[in-house]
Each structure stands twice: as C-alpha cells, then as structure tokens.
Design a protein around this ligand. Structure first.
Ligand code: GLN
Length: 286
C-alpha cells in the first residue's frame, strides 16, 4: 500500500534532484491543492493510502516544476495580502515586494486622500493584484485596471470578483500605460511596470526568464523606458495632491530621482525586505 507520506517523499526527491529550492514546501503545497486541504493538515493524512488519481496529478505537477515552471503557475492561484488570485503565464506572479508597496501606499492614501470616494488607476495590472487590493481596502473607491496584454487582462478579469460590487466600481482597459486617460482625473496611480534592463533578461532565474511574460519584465536598455514614460503621463493624469506609487529595480533609484518631473514631491523611497531598492511614492503638487 502506498501512503501519502511515501508519495510525498518520492516527489520531494525528484525536485531535489532537479535542483529545485524548497522542495518540501513545493510538494506540500501541490498535495494540499490537489486534496483541497490546508498544508498544515497533511500530517493527519500521511498514513492514509493514496489513490492513483492523486499520485498522477502530483507527479504531473512535479514534472512541470522540475522544468522550473513557477509553482504559482502550476497551482493556478497564489496569495497576495489577505486574498488569493488566479495566476497564469500571461501575467507576473504575485511577489512579496508588491505587497510592501501596497501597504505603504495605503498609509499615504489614509493620510493625504481625504475623500475616500477616489478614482485610481492600476497600470500594467497583470493579475490585477494592486487594483483589487486597493478596491478591497478602500470600499468607496473606483478604479481602472489596465494592461497592454490581452492575456494579462483575461487573468485580471477572473480576479475582479474578489472585489465587492466590482461591476459598479472597476473597469478593465487595454491600454499602453496612461495614454488613454484624460487630464487630472486620478487621485491615485499605482503600477508594477516592466523594469528589468534588456541586457539582464537572459540572466534571470529560469522560472522568470522561461515562463513569465517578457512583456511584463523588459523595461528597455536601462530598464526605465516605461517608468520614464509613466512619470510624464502621470503629471498629466493625476489631480493636484494625487499619489503615484510604483515598483522599480535595484540600482535604479538615483536614475529615477534624476528624471522625476518638478511637479512631484517624493514622499518615500523604499527598500524591500531583502534590502534592495524597490519602490517609491510620489505626490503631485502644482
Ligand atoms: N521583480 C521582478 C524581477 O526582478 C521584475 C518585475 C517587473 O519587471 N515588474 O524578476
């Protein structure tokens, strides 16, 4: 009789042999997802016999992971803050540094945006995490989630129902950054734009390089093509006193500070939990 424990041990070994980090937690999360249970409850099932359908599903997932496909794509969902979003190869996977950006931005919204019935834009929305998180945190807000990629928009669309009353509050738009929006309409703009230097793309870890969409990663020669364009457009689209928060790469902070238009004050430049330069929050002042 094959028990769950035996199958998990075999699956872990395959991942270790393929050089995958965190083999144990990867396997546990796969098993928990197939069994539709919490990872913490698996030990209660360790000595239960395994059905062949379970073993087949788990080994298919393990094989995909051995090819370095991100666990987040294999599972088809991943957590961001207090909710779980659908994930897929058309959009970047949710990352903890984006959670940090969101938490800081929320604090600045509490402080500076007095009317909580505000309009926001989440550009380069990908899975929609930032826009969905904003709409959940500020239940009177309204927002546009935009992306240039239809594949990303399809994933974002599947995540809108995480927001109460979303059909009245959120719009999805295929657009190039902020080019489709009018002057002085937004109180808040948030973005996780592509910011990897083109020359660094080939050196990214295989999970990122071979599976995540290059369109969502490649920021041009110095990584700042989209951030530069967004800064210019945000001057036009933000209301006076409005906030712009965005993610960027390590080593880009000074270059970004040198191109910020004079109609912005810098409220915060922040490192992420790994100590890498990661995001900033600006305020429009006219
Ligand atoms: N954080 C990602 C990475 O370093 C890049 C995300 C992005 O370009 N927006 O791989």
């Amino acid at each position: 009789m094959t028990t769950l424990k035996n199958v998990l041990i075999e699956a872990r070994k395959k991942l270790v042999d393929a050089g995958i980090d965190d083999a144990a937690s990867n396997v546990d999360l796969m098993a928990a997802s197939i069994l539709q249970t919490d990872r913490g409850r698996l030990p209660l099932l360790w000595h239960e016999p395994c059905e062949s359908a379970f073993i087949e599903s788990l080994m298919t997932m393990v094989q995909r992971r051995c090819q370095h496909e991100p666990l987040q794509y294999i599972l088809g969902s991943w957590s961001f803050l207090d909710f779980v979003v659908n994930t897929g190869p058309g959009a970047l996977i949710p990352r903890p540094e984006t959670e940090e950006l969101f938490v800081d931005l929320s604090g600045y919204i509490e402080k500076f945006i007095l009317n909580k019935n505000f309009l926001f834009a989440d550009v380069c929305t990908g899975t929609g995490i930032l826009g969905v998180a904003l709409a959940r945190k500020f239940p009177s807000s309204h927002g546009w989630l935009s992306d240039i990629s239809n594949d990303a928009l399809n994933i974002a669309k599947s995540n809108l129902e995480l927001v109460e009353n979303w059909p009245d509050r959120l719009g999805l738009l295929r657009a190039d950054l902020l080019s489709s929006f009018a002057s002085a309409v937004f109180e808040v703009i948030v973005a996780n734009p592509p910011y990897v230097c083109s020359s660094d793309m080939a050196g990214l870890q295989p999970e990122v390089r071979d599976f995540e969409p290059a369109l969502a990663l490649d920021g041009g020669e110095n990584g700042l093509d989209l951030i530069g364009k967004m800064l210019e457009q945000a001057c036009f689209c933000l209301k006076n006193g409005g906030l712009l928060a965005f993610e960027h790469g390590h080593g880009q902070r000074n270059d970004i500070l040198s191109i910020i238009p004079p109609s912005f004050e810098v409220l915060k430049t922040a490192d992420d939990l790994c100590g890498r330069e990661r995001y900033m929050v600006l305020r429009a002042i006219r």
